[in-house]
Each structure stands twice: as C-alpha cells, then as structure tokens.
Design a protein around this ligand. Structure first.
Ligand code: HEC
Length: 275
C-alpha cells in the first residue's frame, strides 16, 4: 500500500516540479537571450557611430587614403567580420576586402531595404532596425549594422566637395561583428541553467519525499502496525507516536476494538440468554 501511495504522491509532484522548473528556465533563457542580443546591438550601433565619427575628418578633407587606412584597421579588429562604406548610389567606396571595392549593391539588398522598402526612402532608422543577423559565406553568424552617414553643413560647404545641401544622406556604413562571443556566453548560460534546474529538481523531489515520509507514510505505517497486532482481542497499550488526524483514527480504532472485545466477553459470559 505504501509503495502505491508513494508512487501516486511522488510521481505527480516530481512531474509538476520538473515541468515548472523547465518552463521557468526556458522563459528565463529567452528573456536573457533577448536582453543580451539587444545589448549587443547597442554596442554594435555605438561601434558604427564611432567609426563614422572617426572617419569624419578624413571625409571632410576628402582624404581617401586615410579613410581607406582607417577602414582597413577597423576591419582588422578581432570580432569585425566586414566593414564597408557605400556611397549614396550603393557603390562600395571603402572596404576591408579590396576585392569588393567599386561593386554596386542593389538597394533591395539586406541592410538597404530597411530604408528602401517604400517609394520614398526613410531618412533614418531606429537602433534595432539598423541591425540584421545572418550567416556569412564563411559560415559565421554575424550581427551587421547599417548606419547612415548624413550630410552636414561642413560637408556641403567644403571646398573640395560636390555634395549639395539638398542631399540629406551621403552614404551608409555597413559593419558586421561576429556573434561567436555571444553564442559562447549563451551556451555557457544554457549549461549552467541545466545544472541549476537539475539541482532544484533533486532538492525539491528529495524534500517532498522526506516530508511525505515523515508526515504521512511513517504515521500511517505506525497506525497499520498498531491495528494489526491486537493482543487477546485488545489493541496493545502502546499507542503509536502520532498526532492529528492519524491519532484520532488510532484512538477510534482502539475504542472500537475495545468495544468489540467487551461485547464478545459479555456474549460468552451469558451463553443461554438468547434461548
Ligand atoms: C538610413 C536609411 C538608408 C539606408 C540604410 C540606405 N539608404 Fe539609400 N537612400 C536613403 C535616402 C534617405 C535617400 C535619398 C537621399 C537624398 O536624396 O538625399 C537614398 C538614396 C539612395 C539612392 C539614390 C536614389 C534612389 O532611390 O535611387 C540609391 C541608389 C540608394 N539610396 C541605394 C542604397 C543602397 C544600395 C543601400 C545599401 C547599401 C542604401 N541605399 C542604404 C536612405 C537609406
């Protein structure tokens, strides 16, 4: 009986706790992942901003050699997968990969179509809309940012330059950073959460088993032992060490057997009464 109560009580509790812990972990992991990706996007947008600011001086002076140097040194950085500057027409003016210089990119390409989806191109993009994630041709997951390079009074006034003040956008910067560190962090987090859920499971199932055993199974077993061993038709004097409802049950069982015993002795003392 105990083993069936055991399994009937513990299996559902274990299943419920397991399900709950797994659901909580999955939810927590999704939230943490979203937060980390959002943080990564903010970092990448800041990086793009820094690149645009650091190239500003060279752009104003139309110093293409310095610009090209800046772009290739940024491109040489560890996590940077690609960095290119497009002019307004979609021509790659500067890039880390020398091979893709002077190539045309269509405005329907990823990174351009966020602004060019409609007839009239958007003048600016929100932080999140600037980001796109994809796997590049080397099989690496990349987070890329397309940042607009705006026209400024200095640009249209610069003696060397041909930009007119009507142009709002001079070009775009496209920079891609590797997602490997983020994936590594997420992998670590996932493993830790699995270990953590395992620990919670063992702890809760262990605690529930111990509590059930101490509070329910042991008193029931004591009660069963107590009721199963009547001495001469009477229950033993040794009352089980139980409390609450189980004690009430034991007491009424004891009273009942005592009453039965009394009736039996009365009946055997006067055998002829009935006739
Ligand atoms: C931040 C938003 C934005 C992004 C990103 C962007 N553009 Fe544009 N683009 C514009 C705006 C705004 C204009 C109009 C600018 C003006 O007239 O000053 C424009 C103009 C153009 C034009 C000339 C006008 C036309 O519609 O034909 C071309 C070509 C073009 N973009 C191509 C591209 C390509 C290729 C990319 C991707 C590498 C790109 N754009 C990325 C906003 C963007």
């Amino acid at each position: 009986m105990l083993s069936s109560i055991n399994s009937r009580a513990i299996v559902p509790v274990a299943c419920a706790v397991t399900g709950f812990v797994i659901a909580c972990c999955v939810l927590l992991f999704t939230f943490v992942k979203e937060d980390l990706i959002r943080g990564e996007i903010h970092h990448a947008v800041d990086l793009a901003d820094t690149v645009i600011k650091s190239t500003r001086y060279a752009m104003l002076h139309d110093d293409r050699e310095t610009l090209s140097n800046i772009i290739s040194s940024i491109g040489d950085q560890n996590q940077v997968e690609h960095v290119r500057i497009f002019n307004k027409k979609g021509l790659i003016m500067f890039s880390r990969e020398q091979g893709e210089l002077d190539k045309f990119i269509d405005k329907s390409a990823a990174g351009c179509n966020e602004c060019h989806a409609e007839e009239k191109p958007k003048g600016s993009l929100g932080t999140m809309a600037q980001a796109r994630q994809f796997t590049n041709k080397d099989g690496k997951d990349v987070l890329a940012i397309t940042a607009p390079i705006y026209n400024e009074p200095e640009c249209s006034n610069a003696a060397c330059h041909f930009h007119t003040s009507e142009q709002s956008l001079l070009g775009t910067l496209d920079i891609g950073v590797s997602q490997d560190p983020l994936k590594q962090t997420l992998g670590q987090l996932q493993n830790r959460m699995i270990v953590f859920s395992g620990m919670i499971l063992i702890l809760t199932v262990g605690a529930v088993c111990a509590l059930l055993y101490r509070q329910v199974f042991l008193p029931i077993k004591q009660l069963a032992d107590f009721t199963e061993t009547p001495v001469n038709g009477r229950l033993g004097e040794e009352f089980p060490d139980v409390s609450g409802d189980i004690a009430r049950l034991a007491r009424s069982f004891q009273e009942m057997t005592n009453r039965v015993h009394e009736l039996e002795t009365k009946a055997s003392a006067k055998p002829d009464d009935d006739s």
